[in-house]
Design a protein around this ligand. Structure first.
Ligand SMILES: NC(=O)c1ccc[n+]([C@@H]2O[C@H](COP(=O)([O-])OP(=O)(O)OC[C@H]3O[C@@H](n4cnc5c(N)ncnc54)[C@H](O)[C@@H]3O)[C@@H](O)[C@H]2O)c1
Length: 352
């Protein structure tokens, strides 16, 4: 399998080194070859060369089996132009419309909620990934003056809303799940979210074995804190999905634990931890690499390497149970030592 790796900025570099280590280890364990090609696209590269990604960059990416990204964002590039072109650009250009973000608590001790543990925190969020308010349609008039007007449009298309909702129901059906909850703000956003309402009704009618419920996004944010056990599959738009999956990260023990896939089923897809580049932690050997490592497991699952994916997840769970983790989740190890412990565990299992 040919994998493009964009470590990016800040802790993206730190966690990617460990994700690649674990990927190589699982490859050796299962006798599978991963050809990893490192692409230098980052703030450093942009500041040195003036290039965010090459003119044929998106085409280059399409030729890999999958793409792995650490994180992008650097205070030296205040408008984050490089991050927008590399990450958002790839999501749009490769039409990666499914943002797949599992929220699964791996150890009761990591739960931030009183009396809620593993049995209560285990659901999946599907975030629409190519539309909404992130398409940068709009403009600023009289910018910088007291008369400034800023317009940021939200785009919702029938095709875009339909395919993400359909994907959520198909996922539920394929995985034996019985509940899908759609979250919008159709009470206040009466045009765009009326479309979400219409499509949700249409698609849910095709899945009589799945209970379809709806919550306004503000209520959903509250219920994620009070009663996360009610959710199996959540589907929502780009902005709301971005926000609720940070809550999801917290429910898993912290942002450093959360993994994600940006997927176009059957085509080259991109996998990355949910967190950003956390500049204050960069290069200090403290960032938690588990979100990045679990993102490689999602990548392998999507590529059909299910045993390899499961082995990584099992190794992560065992490492957490043995406190072989970074300090943000209660361990004593650094980023590198956490990755090395996981890689060693996979090799030990292979030898056993
Ligand atoms: N997908 C991405 O590449 C992505 C996502 C979010 C933010 N960003 C960018 O990252 C930069 C920093 O953004 P931010 O500070 O708002 O968010 P962030 O996710 O980088 O960090 C927020 C806080 O979460 C904690 N954290 C995050 N990841 C961690 C890890 N692996 N281990 C331990 N703790 C961790 C830290 O306390 C950190 O200060 C910005 O430039 C932003 O645009 C990029």
């Amino acid at each position: 399998m040919r994998i493009a790796v964009i470590a990016g900025d800040g802790i993206g570099k730190d966690v990617t080194a460990e994700a690649v280590k674990v990927l190589k280890s699982v490859g050796e364990t299962f006798g599978r070859r991963f050809d990893v090609e490192h692409l230098p696209w980052s703030a450093d590269h942009y500041l040195t060369t003036g290039e965010t990604l090459p003119a044929n960059g998106y085409q280059m990416l399409r030729e890999f089996d999958a793409i792995f990204v650490g994180a992008l964002g650097d205070p030296r590039v205040p408008d984050n132009r490089h991050a927008r072109e590399i990450l958002l650009g790839t999501r749009f250009e490769l039409d990666l419309y499914v943002n797949y973000r599992p929220v699964r608590l791996l150890d009761d001790r990591l739960s931030p909620l009183k009396n809620r543990g593993r049995k209560d925190i285990n659901f999946v969020v599907f975030r629409e990934n190519t539309e909404g308010v992130y398409v940068s349609v709009g403009g600023r008039f009289k910018a910088g003056t007291d008369d400034e007007i800023a317009i940021q449009e939200e785009i919702n298309t029938y095709k875009g809303v339909h395919r993400i909702i359909k994907h959520a129901f198909e996922f539920a059906k394929t995985n034996g799940l019985t509940r899908v909850c759609m979250a919008d703000k159709s009470n206040a956003m009466q045009q765009g979210h009326a479309l979400w309402q219409r499509v949700f009704k249409e698609v849910s009618a095709l899945y009589p074995g799945v209970t379809a419920t709806h919550q306004y996004i503000d209520a959903l944010a509250m219920f994620l804190m009070k009663d996360p056990g009610q959710y199996q599959v959540i589907v929502t738009n780009n902005l709301f999905g971005d926000i609720v999956t940070d809550i999801g990260g917290a429910l898993q023990g912290g942002l450093g634990m959360a993994a994600s896939g940006n997927i176009h089923p059957g085509k080259t897809s991109l996998f990355e931890p949910v967190h950003g580049s956390a500049p204050p932690l960069a290069g200090k050997n403290v960032a938690n690499p588990i979100g990045a490592i679990l993102s490689t497991a999602l990548m392998l699952e999507t590529l059909g390497a299910r045993d390899e994916s499961r082995a990584i997840e099992d190794a992560v769970e065992a490492s957490i149970a043995a406190d072989q983790t970074t300090t943000d989740i209660g361990g004593t190890l650094g980023t590198r030592e956490t990755g090395e412990a996981l890689a060693a565990r996979l090799k030990e299992w292979a030898a056993a």
